[in-house]
Design a protein. Structure first.
Length: 369
């Protein structure tokens, strides 16, 4: 009984997402903006509520993307299963659909990254200092293990952060458009060999061929999209094939995967204000980037991940003890000068100055990034 109710609710929610892609995206963005307004308000519970809203937005986005991707995989599996069993391409297509282990690990790792800050803040409220560090250590250990399994066993290449990239509103629309095209052309055989449309030479107008027209009830009167075009849309929003890493690159990725956990251990051993733990984390990050070698040999998504890791080195300016010793006064003086020199900038600079101490304690540490 309960399973039937959950299944019915899931089908209704899936229909809502399919029919209101933009509205769903606006709800996700609204939750994030709520977290920004709540953060740093001075109350003890403000950071918890703010992080809860932010985490809820990310988890909701992850859930919606998972539903969309699963719907696309189910449609792909349904179409492939009705083809000839002896077709080698069909077998490859089915095996691609059923790669559940890697997808599950990426999903779990993404969920941990979305919730880790909220878990840490909540554990510090519930269990005080010792309980907090115990929970943080477990979370970072799980992240290190999952990352290691992904690139050692499943050869997932360089992992993006988050591992499951969120879909944009445009990508969601494209995936649903692909599903619509597949559904409209489901009654045809060998659709890849059928010309879907042609272009008039003088006007450039796209005209659908009679043989590719769906039934009257299934027509949308939109520009026809061929099966090959739909495939390109699908591959445009799906992960690219991971690059096969060399031995030295695997060492670099291992350093990146283990750095948060090792930094946490060093911080607990030497203290949170020690320069030893700061230099250890920075050294591991820089070494990992240097050992990765030529980025041009990586695919586009992996190159983007490497660029983000390089930009993330700027976080060390806001991490203890560098922040308290060197950068705090400089940042506060710079924001103060901008606030007094640029009209209306105080409405931005003043909240940043107010929120920065809270953000520095919660977000700009090394073990959680």
């Amino acid at each position: 009984m309960a399973s039937e109710v959950l299944s019915e609710l899931y089908d209704k929610y899936k229909a809502i997402i399919k029919g209101n892609v933009e509205l769903v995206g606006e709800v996700e963005v609204a939750l994030k903006w709520i977290s920004y307004f709540i953060a740093g308000r001075g109350k003890e519970t403000s950071s918890v509520v703010a992080e809860l809203a932010y985490s809820a937005s990310n988890v909701l986005s992850l859930l919606n993307d998972a539903i969309i991707r699963r719907t696309a995989r189910e449609m792909k599996l349904k179409n492939a299963s009705e083809k000839s069993d002896g077709d080698k391409n069909v077998r490859n297509e089915l095996s691609d659909v059923r790669l559940a282990d890697v997808d599950c690990l990426r999903l779990v790792l993404t969920l941990i990254e979305y919730l880790e800050v909220f878990i840490e803040i909540t554990s510090s409220r519930l269990f005080e200092t010792r309980g907090k560090w115990f929970v943080v250590a477990i979370v970072q250990f799980l992240k290190a293990v999952i990352r290691s399994v992904l690139f050692l066993k499943y050869e997932s290449g360089i992992l993006h952060s988050p591992p499951v990239s969120p879909l944009t509103v445009l990508e969601r629309k494209r995936m649903f458009e692909e599903l619509r095209v597949q559904s409209n052309n489901h009654h045809e055989n060998n659709t890849s060999n059928v010309q879907m449309s042609f272009v008039l030479k003088r006007s450039g107008r796209v005209i659908r061929t009679i043989s590719s027209a769906p039934s009257v009830f299934g027509r949308t009167w939109k520009v026809p999209v061929s099966t090959s075009d739909a495939s390109q849309l699908r591959h445009g929003v799906r992960n690219e094939t991971p690059t096969e890493l060399q031995r030295i690159q695997m060492v670099a990725e291992a350093l990146h995967a283990l750095r948060p956990f090792l930094h946490l251990i060093a911080m607990l051993w030497f203290g949170s204000k020690s320069w030893t733990q700061w230099f250890l984390a920075l050294g591991m990050d820089v070494t990992s980037l240097r050992l990765m070698g030529d980025w041009t040999l990586l695919n586009a998504k992996e190159q983007g991940a490497m660029r983000l890791r390089t930009i993330a080195l700027l976080y060390y300016l806001l991490r203890s003890p560098f922040y308290e010793t060197l950068s705090k006064e400089t940042i506060e003086r710079l924001l103060g000068e901008i606030s007094s020199a640029v009209p209306l900038s105080r409405y931005i600079c003043k909240p940043v100055l107010d929120y920065l101490p809270a953000w520095q304690k919660v977000y700009f540490y090394s073990w959680g990034s």
